[in-house]
Write a protein that binds this ligand. Structure first.
Ligand code: HEC
Ligand code: HEC
Ligand code: HEC
Ligand code: HEC
Length: 454
């Protein structure tokens, strides 16, 4: 290659790189430059100690330190020569980005290290358009904004903010678009907006800022020490499906309230014969698709298993939900930053169902327990291992039914189980007998005492 051709190729490549860097950096610039002194560290919100505790358990508190995030961030930065860093950090550490603390060589203030914290959210005054990619407007004047029009604080000014009661407030970060080609990588807000909950006026806050799953309203209490008793206070819970790193109990509760299963199978299938069984999965509890958010990483799958009376198990079928990303040459799976479209998007919209059909073959033993179980994991074992965290598998829902090779086997099995209730009758007889004996003993003792006293 001549020197001239080499130089021109280098120039073309460098220009391309500069364009990508500029395009990627632009969305991060949507956040203004603000010193971290404009934000209180969380310990400065001591009057709301109850809220601080619940927030600390939430993924908002861990948005920057989260090992799964750090693992992906490193990959993203390595793939783009660091260019993607500010884009990711804008949502995962907004205060640090605004204060310039994520730059190389800069030091992180306590506020900057606190992920998505109290004083960031409570100094939000609106949003820019379109929604997503940190489309927040911040007014760093120390005034704390939320839904009360009659809040009084002895330590800070307050202002009524109807914006805090809207799903758009959350949508600023819960719609994640590709910084260069605009692909909707995460679209929790849009899924909600196009669904039945938005139509009914049920917002993110009603399910994620409450003590339990579902719309747990009203939740009477006080929002601050010494504050007035309120008919309903929102909590700073923000629990979703992250059992590994968030508040495990709350996340488990939400996952188990999200889906319902219905199993349809015949009771008799002759030995060696096959029959169709169907499983209907309904998204009964999530205000958006199931799964939502980072769906190329999340794992949700249905497993249908037949277990014989000897405990032998056979997989009847499986359905993996979620999404797979592809690049401009149709290769998949690829990383989010390489993606231009979805190769697969297989998920369940809110209040909708998916029905799967499987084929069951009756083994020679002539009796099986057929079970359908829906599982969830925040990330694959491979990714969890690489990030150095343990990610458990959670059972979201399960249903089962016995299937027999013939009516005779069914009848026999049912008499067996009646035999089971027979033995509980025996237990009752023993219990009553025992009570009668104890009573007799008591009478004996009392009468002996009486005879001594006299
Ligand atoms: C400044 C951006 C930002 C705003 C605004 C925001 N979030 Fe988040 N949220 C995040 C990030 C980043 C994560 C992921 C953190 C992680 O897992 O590392 C997250 C995670 C969550 C989770 C998942 C927790 C889990 O256990 O899986 C829920 C639920 C959630 N947010 C709800 C809300 C609600 C409700 C609102 C509006 C009241 C909101 N968020 C506003 C950035 C934001
Ligand atoms: C992700 C953004 C976010 C974070 C982080 C956050 N809040 Fe909130 N907070 C809100 C929103 C939104 C509301 C109003 C909910 C509504 O009305 O629908 C709210 C409501 C409140 C209220 C009024 C509560 C009530 O219902 O009476 C107080 C007080 C409060 N937050 C304090 C805090 C404190 C203290 C922290 C930190 C420990 C915190 N918030 C963290 C978004 C946030
Ligand atoms: C009707 C109640 C309901 C509403 C409304 C709702 N959610 Fe959820 N959300 C759930 C349930 C249940 C789960 C747990 C199942 C799951 O992971 O999807 C969940 C999970 C999540 C997760 C974690 C997903 C994951 O797998 O990591 C995030 C993030 C989230 N919601 C954000 C939001 C945002 C943002 C809104 C508003 C635009 C919203 N939710 C509205 C019920 C709700
Ligand atoms: C517009 C806001 C936004 C941007 C930009 C963003 N994220 Fe996130 N990220 C979120 C939200 C919201 C969630 C939670 C979604 C959910 O629970 O499914 C999340 C969750 C994650 C998680 C899952 C963490 C866990 O514990 O399960 C990883 C990993 C992650 N993001 C990595 C990145 C990387 C890497 C980038 C940059 C390439 C990035 N994010 C850019 C908002 C954002």
């Amino acid at each position: 290659m001549t020197l001239g051709r080499y130089l021109s190729r280098t120039i073309v490549l460098a220009t391309l790189m500069a364009v990508i860097v500029a395009m990627i950096a632009a969305p991060a610039l949507a956040l203004p430059s603000i010193s971290s002194d404009a934000f209180l560290a969380v310990e400065g919100c001591g009057c709301h100690s109850g809220f601080i505790e619940t927030w600390r358990d939430s993924m908002h508190a861990k948005a920057l330190t989260d090992p799964l995030y750090q693992y992906k961030l490193d990959e993203a930065k390595a793939a783009t020569d660091g260019a993607l860093g500010p884009y990711c950090e804008a949502c995962h550490a907004p205060v640090a980005v605004m204060a310039g603390e994520m730059m190389e060589g800069a030091t992180l203030s306590p506020q900057g290290g606190e992920g998505v914290a109290c004083d960031f959210c409570h100094q939000v005054t609106g949003r820019t358009d379109p929604i997503g990619n940190t489309s927040v407007v911040i007014t760093p004047d120390g005034v704390k904004r939320a839904q009360w029009d009659n809040a009084r604080s002895p330590v800070h000014e307050t202002e009524y903010s109807p914006f805090h009661e809207t799903a758009e407030f959350c949508g600023s970060c819960h719609n994640v678009n590709h910084p260069v080609n605009g692909l909707a990588l995460e679209s929790t807000y849009t899924e909600w907006k196009n669904g039945p909950y938005a139509a009914d006026g049920i917002v993110c806050q009603d399910c994620h800022m409450t003590p339990g799953p579902g719309v747990t309203k009203p939740n009477p209490g006080v929002a601050a020490g010494g504050g007035p008793q309120r008919d309903h206070v929102y909590t700073m819970t923000f629990a979703g499906g992250n059992v590994a790193l968030g508040d495990s109990a709350l996340a488990e509760e939400r996952l188990q309230a999200a889906a319902e299963l219905e199993l349809n199978a015949p009771t008799i299938v002759e030995k060696g014969q096959s029959a169709e069984v169907t499983v209907k999965i309904t998204n009964v509890g999530a205000g958006h698709y199931l799964p939502t958010g980072l769906t190329e990483v999340r794992q949700m799958w249905l497993e249908v298993v037949a277990t014989t009376t000897d405990g032998e198990q056979a997989i009847v079928g499986r359905h993996d939900f979620g999404s797979i990303l592809q690049d401009s040459e149709g290769r998949s799976p690829v990383e989010p930053w390489e993606a231009v479209s979805f190769a697969v998007d297989d998920r369940i919209p809110p209040k909708e169902s998916v029905e799967d059909a499987f084929e069951l073959t009756m083994p020679e033993s002539g009796e099986v327990e057929l079970s359908a179980v829906l599982y969830y994991r925040s990330a694959s074992e491979e990714m969890a291992d690489a990030a150095g965290v343990e990610v458990p598998t959670t059972t979201m829902a399960s249903v089962s039914q016995a299937i027999y090779g013939s009516q005779d086997i069914a009848d026999e099995a049912n008499t067996d189980s009646n035999g089971g209730s027979g033995s509980s009758t025996m237990l009752l007889v023993f219990a009553v007998g025992g009570l009668v004996l104890a009573g007799l003993l008591l009478v004996l003792i009392v009468s002996r005492r009486r005879s001594r006293a006299s």
